[in-house]
Design a protein around this ligand. Structure first.
Ligand code: DMJ
Length: 933
């Protein structure tokens, strides 16, 4: 372990070609010196307060881990709302997210080294025994190779690394005989068949028992994988090889990395999001630092740190230069196209990129790290958590938040690098928000929608593997941790691998990738430790001075269009046709479409459908333009659909023992009291009789003054509402009769009226899927008296909640008529504004992938509204806000109003202003979920 210690000598500002060990200590060194020189800026946090926060993290971990062990173990994950284990096959499938679950007690394995970091050595010893006794790695389950590697293989190796450290110390783990390592090796061999491709890139999924090829395997037909999926293996695989002496693992991981490097787009030096594992063709040619690519970059730099192989640093630096040139638009990081890197591929960012400032710290590039982190923090302050995706003008694009740790990770590294107590305050806010909004009686629940504060029955294992580790380390002093954290490197799942591995079992021949790209201008950092003189030029207020100009970047943001492209074409070249500018009546546009291989089909109902056949394009460049155009059109179309939806609502259980901690996602009704315009309605619940509410209630005394529970089905929603209203109910919750349905797996919808005038319905009505409904029904069974709050956004969780005055429900009516149910459409298509009921257009989301060059991509557009963006987004080239100023101001006022800390009595939340935020972007969801969790 002495090597890493040696690295501390690299504080000298003399540039030198350093051995790996010096670079390995890069981040650690910055921390130590920067921390000690800190003298001004944000008020320093006392040791006492830091200890208090550290203890709070320990208590929170106990709450999460304790509930997992008590209610879920040996299942893979805890379902914190229903307080039971998530067992794959026993719950409705959530699609690719479930591929992390291999019936191998995932959360326990992922938590192993967290226990040691948090000084819970006894619990660690106990957990290791449980893993050895209970975990089976030979289940007939198809799992993600990437997730299994980072969480399970990484978890076992992290556990092994700390087990041998403890054993050496002589007190704990004296019985340990490399058993975790043996399991890791067994798992490593199970993953190897995935690499049986000509490219050496692994298949994305493997059956733990049957591998890939055998018919029983039920996998092996996939053709694509994400770049991060294929490029995030080297740390775990190399560690496994070096710990065991079995070189094959490191060889396979290196081969996959070599292949990705060869396939980089040679002019931009960027990589795409997904790649064909057989041909090596880029399937998705957009490129960023978030979902689908993130940890590929992380592993190049960390592989250099851990393995000391120069070629990895060269590759990283080459990519980093490209990232800073094209993707970084401080404080934003925006995806671009690999072939046309001046062309933005998206108008939104995803939450996974929040790890990047942390990686920039390791690289030694602090300024952009501070900038991006500050921007992200402001988004968090607005929504309490980082939504899965948010637009360049900081509106919520995809409202979910599965308690991701990336932002905490970057906060930790930035604090270590700058010593600025500001980052401790940031950590404190994260802790407060987790306790206030995500903590439920049985663990911590992911946020289903950061705007409503509603929960999802999900607590991912990475929450324990990463979040608590980074938060604890943020507040800890050296003496609070029983080993030297600087002797280890963090994997992408925050598992700890010892740096001494670099000199162990080095039998892998290093590929000497000489610098083909020598024009990089990062000579300050290439081969040396970052010079703290450069990082913090004698100015303890350095970080603050970078943050200061960004303080209002979120609140005062002008809407950012896709500005850079226009700028890049100012020089004279004609810019490609943008979807938002397209007019179906413009002959020039039609000509361009034809060149791009896009044809227009006029549908009978007046709409037009766009179909792209790449092979019909005039050239491959035109085909690329066509795909980008189609992709943009799909984004516009989903945005337009968003604007036609009602936002989701929240049902919050406020009585004992929930006290507002459990928040369920509910569908709104197009009739009755509109909760977005009025105060919430609060009351005890009572089941109506008959339960379907389709006739006059026989138990009016039971529902009088209460919120009636009614089962879906047999009659119109409006009829149910009238019947419970006549019986004196102050609100109604319709519970789905389709057993097992859940908002986790089914798209939310609005309850429509019955085609008649529904003005007579004055009470609020909400819809819950069966799983969410059964949480209330179970609560009634257990506690009898159950009180709920119906609202558009959860109110602050507060033990005082129960004693609050019950707000009176106000009446309202909405003149709406439609079919019984109007589903929130998932289809992609530009919808005729006049006919919202026609939102299901003949569209093919899958073929919307730009990768699908051989297949037709199609999207429908409204002829009547042939310039779909006319009223939505304008671009200001001179940097001034355009007429969207008002809209944004309205939005920011609305969001301020919706802050749960603001008095609910004063709440005014115009529905129009939040329409744009509603409806998760299905396409984004599908793409991101597919690529990476
Ligand atoms: C973690 O499993 C890893 O950090 C991974 O690289 C990305 N996503 C999750 C957590 O968000």
């Amino acid at each position: 372990m002495s090597e890493a210690g040696g690295g501390r000598g690299c504080g000298s500002s003399v540039p030198q070609r350093a051995p790996w060990s010096l670079v390995a200590a890069t981040a650690a060194f910055c921390l130590v010196s920067a921390t000690s020189v800190w003298t001004a800026g944000a008020a320093p946090m006392s040791r006492e307060e830091r200890q208090k926060l550290g203890n709070q993290v320990l208590e929170m971990f106990d709450h999460a881990y304790g509930n997992y062990m008590e209610h879920a173990y040996p299942a893979d994950e805890l379902m914190p709302l229903t307080c039971r284990g998530r067992v794959r096959g026993q719950e409705p499938s959530r699609g690719d997210v479930d591929d992390a679950l291999g019936k191998f007690s995932l959360t326990l394995i992922d938590s192993l080294d967290t226990l040691v970091v948090l000084n819970k050595t006894k619990e660690f010893e106990d957990a290791v025994r449980k893993v050895l006794r209970d975990v089976n790695l030979d289940n007939d389950v198809v799992v993600s190779v990437f997730e299994t590697n980072i969480r399970v293989l990484g978890g076992l190796l992290g556990g092994h690394s700390l087990a041998i450290m403890l054993k050496e110390k002589g007190e704990y783990m004296q019985w340990y005989n490399d058993e975790l390592l043996q399991m890791a090796k067994q798992l490593g061999y199970k993953l190897l068949p995935a690499f049986n491709t000509t490219s050496g890139l692994p298949y994305p999924r493997i059956n733990l028992k049957f591998g890939i090829r055998k018919p029983e395997a039920r996998t092996g037909t996939e053709t694509d994988t994400c770049t991060a999926c294929a490029g995030t293996l080297i740390l775990e695989f190399a560690a496994l090889s070096r710990f065991t002496g079995a070189t094959i693992f490191e060889e396979y991981a290196r081969k996959a990395l070599d292949f990705l490097w060869e396939k980089r787009q040679r002019s931009s030096n960027l990589v795409g999001v997904t790649i064909n594992i057989h041909t090596g063709d880029w399937v998705r040619k957009d490129s960023g630092v978030g979902a689908g690519i993130d940890s590929y970059y992380e592993y190049l730099l960390k592989a250099y740190v851990l393995l000391g192989d120069d070629s990895f640093l060269e590759r990283f630096n080459t990519h980093y230069d490209a990232i800073m040139r094209y993707i970084s638009q401080p404080p934003l990081l925006l995806d671009v196209h690999i072939h046309k890197p001046m062309l933005n591929a998206r108008t939104w960012m995803d939450a996974l990129l929040a790890f990047f400032p942390g990686l920039q710290v390791l690289k030694g590039d602090i300024r952009p790290a501070i900038e991006t982190h500050e921007m992200l923090y402001q988004v968090i302050k607005k929504h309490n958590f980082l939504p899965e995706a948010f637009t360049t003008d900081f509106r919520v694009h995809w409202a979910q938040h599965p308690l991701r740790p990336e932002f905490a990770e970057s906060t930790y590294f930035l604090y270590k690098a700058t010593g600025d107590p500001y980052y401790l305050e940031v950590g404190k806010t994260l802790i407060e928000n987790l306790n206030k909004y995500a903590r439920v009686p049985c663990g911590f629940a992911a946020m289903k929608d950061v705007r409503t504060g509603s929960h999802e029955d999900r607590m991912d294992s990475f929450f324990l593997a990463e979040m608590f580790k980074y938060l604890y380390l943020l507040f800890a002093d050296k003496e609070d941790i029983i080993f030297d954290i600087e002797d280890y490197i963090f994997t992408t799942e925050a598992h700890l691998l010892p740096l001494w591995l670099s000199t162990t079992n080095q039998s892998i021949s290093k590929k000497n990738t000489t610098s083909e790209y020598t024009e990089l201008d990062d000579s300050n950092f290439d081969w040396t430790c970052p010079n703290t003189q450069i990082l913090f030029p004698n100015d303890p207020l350095y970080a603050q001075s970078i943050r200061e100009p960004l303080k209002n970047v979120v609140d005062k943001s002008c809407p950012r269009g896709i500005i850079r492209v226009e700028e890049s074409f100012r020089s004279g070249a004609k810019p490609p046709l943008r979807a938002r500018d397209f007019m179906a009546t413009n002959p020039e546009h039609l000509e361009i479409l034809k060149k791009m291989g896009v044809s227009l089909i006029h549908l009978k109902d007046g709409r037009v459908q766009l179909v792209q056949h790449a092979i019909q394009a005039a050239s491959s460049i035109d085909a690329e333009d066509g795909l980008r155009f189609m992709q943009e059109m799909i984004e516009l179309s989903s945005q337009q659909q968003k604007e036609q939806q009602l936002p989701p609502r929240a049902v919050q259980i406020v009585s004992h023992p929930f006290f507002g901690r459990v928040v369920l996602t509910a569908g709104p009704a197009q009739f009755g009291l509109d909760l977005s315009k009025h105060k919430e309605t609060r009351g005890f619940v009572a089941s109506s009789k008959p339960y379907n509410g389709c006739s006059e209630l026989t138990n009016p005394e039971a529902v009088m003054g209460k919120i009636a529970l009614i089962q879906r089905g047999q009659c119109m929603f409006a009829e149910k509402a009238r019947n419970i209203q006549n019986a004196g109910a102050i609100g109604g919750i319709v519970i789905d009769d389709n057993e097992g349905s859940s908002s986790d797996t089914a798209p939310l919808f609005q309850m429509a009226g019955d085609g008649k005038d529904t003005d007579d319905i004055k009470i609020p009505m909400l819809f819950l899927f069966s799983k969410e409904g059964s949480i209330i029904l179970d609560a009634i069974r257990e506690y009898e008296e159950v009180e709920v709050l119906l609202s558009d956004k959860a109110k602050d969780r507060d033990p005082e909640m129960e004693s609050e005055e019950q707000p009176s429900s106000e009446n309202d009516s909405q003149d709406q008529s439609a079919e019984e149910i109007m589903p929130s459409s998932q289809e992609v298509g530009l919808v005729d504004q006049e006919s919202p009921e026609e939102s299901s257009l003949n569209s093919e989301p899958e073929s919307s992938s730009p990768a699908d060059t051989d297949n037709a991509a199609s999207v429908s557009a409204s002829e009547q509204n042939s310039n779909p963006m006319e009223n939505h987004e304008t671009t200001s080239l001179d940097g001034e806000c355009t007429d969207l100023d008002n809209q944004l101001q309205e939005q920011s006022e609305t969001e301020e109003d919706s802050n749960p800390n603001v008095s609910w009595g004063k709440k005014v939340q115009p529905i129009d202003s939040i329409l744009a935020d509603w409806n998760e972007d299905i396409e984004a969801f599908e793409m991101m979920e597919k690529d990476e969790l």
